[in-house]
Write a protein of this length. Structure first.
Length: 302
């Protein structure tokens, strides 16, 4: 059986279609690598790319992607709602089939070293690949963003794992690591008061005493259909088995009601494991003794 490893890098451009397509083409043209999905957000000015392959194919595609992003993206002229520290901001590896977390950790080290050497971008190892406890959380690494990173990396505790105490002048630094599947999940509110979204994000995120395995921030974004500003609670669900999506929806709904506000719509960015959605179906439909393995038609066919 063929090995399958997934990578889901985020690039710091969600507005220039030519730049985005050029970056995605590096994946399309790598033998043994399959592009699964890519999506862009203009307000965040960020694109998420998802691809799979064996370790060697994913390694080659990942290094090619960073080289192309370095060529085309200049963070000195970048604006957007989402925090960022690199042209390719983050590059996680996830074991899918005939691969272990240890395989992905080793892959992250190989890719990180090559990126520093071949693309000139210093790399932090994060999540399960982290070499220090404080580097496990991407938010902690990214603090200071591109503008503050040149000073940050001069601190002994923040020297990148590869590339030395410096940043690339236009592409910054990036994080590479191994992690479990993650669900990127946004909740748009029917208000343009971004402070409400920030208040709710603080309540639900783990680091401020909220739900385990939830990272969350409040943003002001623009509705692509109407052009209107709205507040968004943006979440990374790092383990949906620990904290399911429906629990976050219900708490956000209750907290928003304090301000006379409602959830306008929810959005999943990129790909999502089926179980994260069937868990929601079980909850909202009040299904008893539902068996994901045997009662989902597609599972039986596969």
């Amino acid at each position: 059986m063929a090995q399958i490893i997934e990578s889901i890098p985020n690039i710091s451009n969600g507005r220039d279609k030519d730049v985005i397509e050029a970056c995605v083409d590096t994946i399309r043209t790598t033998p043994g690598c399959t592009l699964l999905d890519y999506s862009s957000d203009e307000s965040h000015n960020r694109s998420v790319i998802t691809y799979i392959g064996d370790a060697k194919a994913v390694e080659e595609a990942s290094v090619k992607l960073v080289k192309k992003a370095v060529e085309l993206i200049d963070l000195n002229h970048h604006t957007g709602e989402h925090p960022r520290m690199g042209a390719v901001d983050v590059m996680p590896f996830v074991p899918i089939k005939d691969a272990t977390q240890e395989d992905c950790i080793e892959l992250s080290k190989v890719v990180g070293a090559r990126i520093a050497e071949e693309a000139g971008v210093p790399v932090f190892l994060y999540e399960d690949s982290a070499t220090r406890p404080e580097r496990h959380n991407l938010v902690t690494i990214r603090k200071g963003q591109f503008e503050g990173m040149a000073e940050k990396v001069q601190q002994p505790e923040w020297e990148p794992d590869f590339g030395g105490r410096r940043i690339h002048p236009t592409a910054g630094v990036m994080a590479v690591g191994a992690r479990p599947p993650l669900v990127a999940f946004n909740l748009d509110l029917d208000t343009d008061d971004v402070q409400i979204a920030k208040n709710i994000a603080k309540i639900i995120r783990e680091k401020d005493g909220g739900f385990k395995c939830v990272k969350s921030m409040g943003f002001e974004v623009e509705d692509e259909a109407t052009g209107k500003k709205m507040a968004q609670v943006s979440c990374n669900m790092t383990n949906f088995n620990q904290t399911p999506l429906y629990r976050v929806v219900e708490v956000v709904k209750a907290e928003a009601a304090r301000y006379g506000v409602h959830i306008r719509k929810c959005e999943i960015v990129g790909l999502c494991p089926m179980k994260a959605l069937t868990d929601c179906a079980e909850y909202y439909m009040q299904l008893n003794d539902f068996d994901f393995a045997t009662q989902v038609l597609e599972n039986n066919i596969l």
